[in-house]
Design a protein around this ligand. Structure first.
Ligand code: PMP
Length: 393
């Protein structure tokens, strides 16, 4: 490989341009490397240098665990993008939105100290992002219990006989199928996960304004490894409980991360609507990937993709835009392909089975977020798969 540099495992040679034949495509993880070329182009302007003596303290000079500057910049980003109403909400930072998944379940559940009330029932609509289940189930206790999919409760929810409340995860756009979602249960306390509600991945129709919203830096800027997420919470008591959860758990999100992300958000803001707009860049990449994948899969009778409404008006771009989802939710159409993950694995494509999403194993998730090289290998393997089908007749 290149000196000091490693080729993607499907490429070799001095400039990593030689393809390893029949290399397996790995489309499992939601690693947002599609944004790496953007940040490479702006390497110097987005860099943050931190000397060894800097930020030794647990808290800021005013004794806070959250940087006020960072908070103001995140609020400004939401206002500029128009994807969330922030003015009447408290912002709580966490180590990725992953940490805040449980912080919010805790904050919306009855206080364990104030006995009597039964545990909250935590639910989501299939197919849903698996950590809602795995994390809630890991911490199941007196306050709340994982209670599976909304389908089981849709009729019972209005008069849950023991008076327990529902905490419902609503992911919009959804992971894995990219569809916009609304709550299913009436009267549930909603955690609206808007990880993908950014112009890279969907049109912005109006600012989101749920009582409890979850966001992450991982998808808009691509800095998944920095682990920064935030919740926007209308009710101050709920916000206080979520904030205390993060204090008890980790004494505040990493201050190195807060410093680095301040630089990143500042750079994003300074370039909005200009020639280096990160959302124009991201949307262009994701739209072209979806176009290419759709074109190949449209020739197949063996697999199909979710259908996404075409050409929706986006308030951020002030024009209609084409679909650009983060994931393809692939369905295997043939009777014998009842395990779609296995069917694609045989064709050297690693995906994430629908079974984990509490959906049928006829479905599997394909990540479109990875690097250009990863996507190119994926396109080659999918093209081989579809061509082979046409040869078999
Ligand atoms: N919510 C959803 C819907 C996601 O897809 C992800 C990341 N794949 C997360 C939350 C967690 O992201 P992070 O912990 O990196 O903020």
């Amino acid at each position: 490989g290149r000196p000091g540099c490693e080729c993607n495992r499907c490429f070799d040679g001095p400039d990593c341009s030689i393809r390893t034949p029949n290399c397996t495509a790995d489309a499992n993880s939601g690693d947002p490397l599609f944004l790496e070329p953007y940040w490479k182009r702006h390497a110097a302007a987005s860099a943050v240098l931190v000397p060894g003596w800097h930020r030794l303290s647990y808290a800021t000079t005013d004794g806070l665990y959250q940087s006020v500057e960072l908070e103001n910049h995140i609020r400004q980003l939401h206002r500029a993008v128009g994807n969330a109403v922030v003015d009447d909400k408290t912002l709580v930072l966490g180590a990725g939105s992953t940490q805040l998944i449980n912080a919010l379940v805790h904050a919306l559940s009855p206080d364990a100290a104030a006995a009597a009330s039964p545990p909250a029932r935590v639910v989501a609509t299939a197919p849903y992002y698996p950590p809602y289940r795995t994390q809630t189930a890991m911490f199941d206790g007196r306050e709340y219990r994982w209670e599976g999919t909304t389908a089981a409760w849709a009729n019972a929810s209005r008069n849950s006989s023991d008076g327990s409340r529902f905490v419902e995860f609503v992911t919009s756009p959804n992971n894995p199928d990219a569809l916009l979602r609304a709550p299913v249960l009436r009267g549930s306390a909603v955690i609206a996960d808007h990880a993908y509600y950014w112009p890279h991945f969907t049109h912005i129709a109006a600012p989101a304004d749920e009582d409890v919203m979850l966001f992450t830096m991982s998808k808009p800027s691509g800095h998944a490894g920095s682990r920064l997420g935030w919740a926007l919470i209308r009710d101050e008591k709920v916000a206080k409980r979520a904030y205390e959860y993060v204090q008890n758990s980790i004494m505040g999100a990493s201050r190195d991360t807060q410093l680095r992300m301040l630089g990143i958000v500042r750079f994003m803001l300074a370039n909005l609507h200009g020639k280096d707009d990160i959302f124009s860049f991201g949307h262009d990449v994701m739209r072209s990937r979806w176009r290419r994948l759709s074109a190949v899969v449209s020739r197949s009778r063996r697999i199909s993709l979710q259908s996404i409404p075409p050409n929706q008006y986006c308030t951020y771009f002030d024009r209609v835009r084409e679909p650009s989802p983060a994931y393809a939710w692939v369905k295997c159409e043939r009777e014998e392909d009842d395990d779609c993950y296995e069917a694609l694995l045989k064709a050297r494509i690693i995906t994430r089975s629908g079974a984990g999403y509490d959906a049928s194993s006829r479905y599997t998730r394909v990540s479109l977020l990875k690097s250009d090289d990863d996507f190119q290998v994926l396109m080659d393997r999918v093209t081989d798969f579809v061509n082979a089908e046409n040869y078999d007749g």
